[in-house]
Structure formats: structure tokens, C-alpha cells
Design a protein around this ligand. Structure first.
Ligand SMILES: Cc1cc2nc3c(=O)[nH]c(=O)nc-3n(C[C@H](O)[C@H](O)[C@H](O)COP(=O)(O)O)c2cc1C
Length: 237
């Protein structure tokens, strides 16, 4: 976790630099201004201290409506569509991207809603004892999902989206991929983040799922346009 912490510190410091350049005012906004639409830029150039990074990133975490609301995730029981976009979003950034993918692909959408929703305190990544820190320190953590899981049997393509937490997918994504049947499906992981690329997060989920044909996917900017998204989707097919 030390390496991850250092990595995230560097990333957070990079986010500070972006903020200092006047490019954003929130964590979610930071992802909008990250260097690349598809894969995040390396943040290794900076030498900001952890304290500076924490100060810049800490107050920016907010819990979006998406973490407060849906009790049921989607009703796709009678869908004839061949694509579904599944996502988890704690503060709304990934949700926005997932909705655009569903629009561009004409697919269904399913939100992974945690049984115990994440509060702002839970999302405080520079608190060693926060729920997310504890979960991400434990590769075996499997937070429960609220509501019914989607029936994926009718879909050929499954997009799976999430925010990057500590360089990886949130553990609830592991809960999801271990609970559904992905065999015979093309699975496309995508993430949003402050600046981290998708890294090994998709590969880790692929291992946990143990089924499906996983593409490498990528990081998408929170503010990506539909045109850029269409280009990205066309490029990964
Ligand atoms: C606990 C936690 C850990 C995070 N770790 C990283 C990270 O390692 N790298 C990064 O670039 N951003 C990191 N972020 C920022 C989120 O990935 C980013 O804000 C994301 O777009 C949020 O998506 P959401 O609004 O869909 O939840 C972290 C955020 C939280 C709350």
C-alpha cells in the first residue's frame, strides 16, 4: 500500500498542479481537465509533498446525488438491446460518462448501488481509517450491492465503469464481476480518475471474473464529448 500511497500522492500533487493552473475546482472536475481523454497522463514529474496534495484534494470530495438515490438499479428484464453499461460512481463523474456511453451505443444502463452508501467521510482517502482506505487495503473486501443484479444473458457487450481508487477499481466492482455471468461476452472496462490511467484495474477485474473476453478499455475524461466518445468506442471494437 506504501507504493500505492506514494503513487496517489504524486497523482494528487499533479491534480493540485492542474488546479493551480485554473483548470478545475473539484475532484470530479479535475478528471475533466486531465491531459488525455482516454488514458491519463503520468503524474511522475511532480515532487509535491503528501501534505500539500492532501490539502488540495481533501476538501474537494463530495457525494453526488447518485450515491444517495437509486434503490433499484435498472429494469432491463425485457430488453432486446445487445449492449449494457454497468457502472459504479461515488461522486457522479463515472455516472455521467456511463450515461453518455449508453446514449452513444443505444445500450441499457445499470448502476451498481452499494448497500451501504459511501459518505464524504468514507471517501476521505487521506484518512488511514476511512472506509475506502480500509477496503482498498484489503484485496478480499467485497462490499455488498443493493438491489437485484442485472441479468446479462441477452447482452453481447458489457461496458464496466468505475472511479479509480488507489490506482485500482473499487472493491465493489470485484463483488460485481464475481457475482454475474460474463462468459461469451465482450467486456470493456472504463474508468474516470483524477489523472491515473486505467492501469491494471481492468486486468484485476478480469482475473476475478474468470470469464468473458475482456478488452483493455481505458480512462475517460469526465467531460468527454459524445464525438470523442464515439471515436473511442469505434477505436476499441
Ligand atoms: C478513495 C479515493 C481514492 C482515489 N484514488 C485515486 C487514484 O489513485 N488516482 C486518481 O487519479 N484519482 C483517484 N481518486 C479520484 C477519483 O478517481 C475521481 O475523482 C473519479 O473521477 C471519481 O469518480 P466518481 O465521481 O464516479 O466517483 C480517488 C478518489 C477517492 C474517493
Amino acid at each position: 500500500m506504501k507504493i500505492k500511497k506514494m503513487l496517489f500522492t504524486v497523482i494528487a500533487a499533479s491534480m493540485l498542479m492542474l488546479t493551480a493552473c485554473g483548470s478545475s475546482s473539484s475532484t470530479a472536475e479535475s478528471s475533466k481537465s486531465a491531459a488525455s481523454e482516454v488514458s491519463g497522463s503520468s503524474a511522475a514529474e511532480t515532487d509535491k509533498t503528501e501534505t500539500q496534495a492532501a490539502e488540495s484534494a481533501a476538501p474537494e470530495t463530495s457525494v453526488s446525488d447518485s450515491s444517495k438515490t437509486p434503490e433499484s438499479n435498472t429494469d432491463n428484464s425485457s430488453s432486446s438491446k445487445d449492449t449494457i453499461v454497468v457502472y459504479f460512481s461515488a461522486t457522479g463523474t463515472t455516472k455521467g460518462v456511463a450515461e453518455k456511453i449508453a446514449e452513444v451505443t443505444g445500450g441499457d444502463i445499470y448502476e451498481i448501488v452499494p448497500q451501504e452508501k459511501y459518505t464524504a467521510e468514507d471517501l476521505n482517502w487521506h484518512d488511514d481509517k476511512s472506509r475506502t482506505t480500509i477496503e482498498m487495503n484489503d484485496t478480499g473486501a467485497r462490499p455488498k450491492i443493493n438491489g437485484e443484479l442485472p441479468d446479462l444473458s441477452g447482452y453481447k457487450t458489457v461496458y464496466i465503469g468505475y472511479p479509480i481508487w488507489w490506482g485500482d477499481a473499487p472493491r465493489i466492482m470485484s463483488t460485481f464481476v464475481e457475482s454475474v455471468k460474463l462468459d461469451g461476452k465482450t467486456v470493456i472496462p472504463f474508468c474516470t480518475s483524477g489523472s491515473s490511467p486505467i492501469g491494471n484495474s481492468g486486468k484485476n477485474l478480469e482475473k476475478q471474473a474468470g470469464q468473458g473476453s475482456w478488452l483493455s478499455g481505458g480512462r475517460l475524461d469526465g467531460g468527454i464529448s459524445k464525438e470523442k466518445l464515439t471515436e473511442w468506442i469505434d477505436g476499441i471494437k
